[in-house]
Design a protein around this ligand. Sequence first.
Ligand code: AMP
Length: 461
Amino acid sequence: MASQGQLWSRGTECVAKYNFAGSATHDLPFKKGDVLTIVSASRDPNWYKAKRSDGLEGMIPANFVIPSTDGSAREAPPVHTSHSRQAVKLQEMPWFHGKMSRDEAEKKLDVIKDGLFLVRESNNFPGDYTLCVSYDKKVEHYRVILKNNRVTVDEEEFFENLVKLVEHYQKEADGLCTRLRTPVDKEGKHEVCVDLDAFKKAGWAIRRKDINLGPLIGKGEFGEVFQGEHNKAKVAVKSLKDQTHDLQKFLAEASVMTELRHRNLVSLIGVSIDGTPVYIVTEYMAKGSMVDYLRSRGRAVISKQNQLDFARDVCSGMKYLEEKNVVHRDLAARNVLISDDNIAKVSDFGLARETKYVQDGGKVPIKWTSPEALRQSKFSNKSDVWSYGVLLWEIYSYGRVPYPRVPVDQVMQHVEKGYRMDSPDGCPDSIYRIMRSCWEKEPDSRPTFAEVSKHLAAISA
Ligand code: AMP
């Protein structure tokens, strides 16, 4: 990544460290090893307009290339690993049924078939799991212990996650009553898990010794966030406090980020898994979270144009997620970060999932969540549109807490009866109309992010 203040001038030659397929129409795709010439810098220090040797021009992410003028470009190994980076896919666990009683499990396995199995959450030992296997007309229940981030049945052999454990016992019984043969799949959407090795294989592992930790800049759900330096660029480093329980959730966020690259989404630089605590390294956003920025600067500093730019920036990041069928589920001003040059980027993909995985569970930010997502856990790009309406309200009220004076536990009732927030003071009608359209009761009646984006393009500050 081009560090702040280290701008590349027009004509600088760069060599691509990785393949870049591009996602938006103005992106310039290239292959590892291609030579690109910088045409101009953009508002975002992480993106440049560049030209390929065949003359095609477009936007390129700065952290995918290295200037050949610094002498090291051609012979230097890629920054993160020796190969280009791939997306890290979450692994599905169709046989994982989550919360389920012993009796229910026995009913599901009540077919005379040896090796029929499923995994459920343990009722007696919260945090642990139970592997249930049908054998000789009975069902055996094995406790799967979660210890130091690994899972085990016998405290002798440990596996990185449930998928690896199941794969092992599918190959051989190894002490169980029988080899696991036929999974009983859960109906509906399946839970997913993350494979640590997959980050290394996909080229996202960063060596711990290549990260310089700087000052503490924030506290998140999983632990502390530090400013840091990696490859001479400022980065943000998120650390995982509780190694034992949250690793899968923590890395699920990083795995979603490996698939996403857009100027209005905070980009992943890599993960450091060669020690503890585990780190997620992302681009550094100098002005911190949008909600703090709005509150601390207020009307005196934030212009109408800034507000419109923020609204457009977030919408274009969300439009990209919509195109990729990724649902964010926690869109709010606290989860948008502001760069040094005032670009807003969506962050916190902790709850984000591809639409095929989205399901209930987890914490729900009530004031930002649509009625159908609150009531029936129906999260979709259209429930993100609802949250976007609330975020617009936050931008135009300079970071006020939504539904002022309404206690959180009464918000849902009010909204279901048709109550909607008033327009913030000084908010243009054209913007308030967008908010209201995002808060249509029927998800289908709400606009898509592509449509909101068109409306915003037609508005002037
Ligand atoms: P999070 O865990 O993402 O909720 O982050 C907690 C806090 O850390 C945020 O509210 C920010 O103040 C700060 N922070 C997180 N990521 C970054 C980043 N990429 N750049 C700068 N500050 C960040």
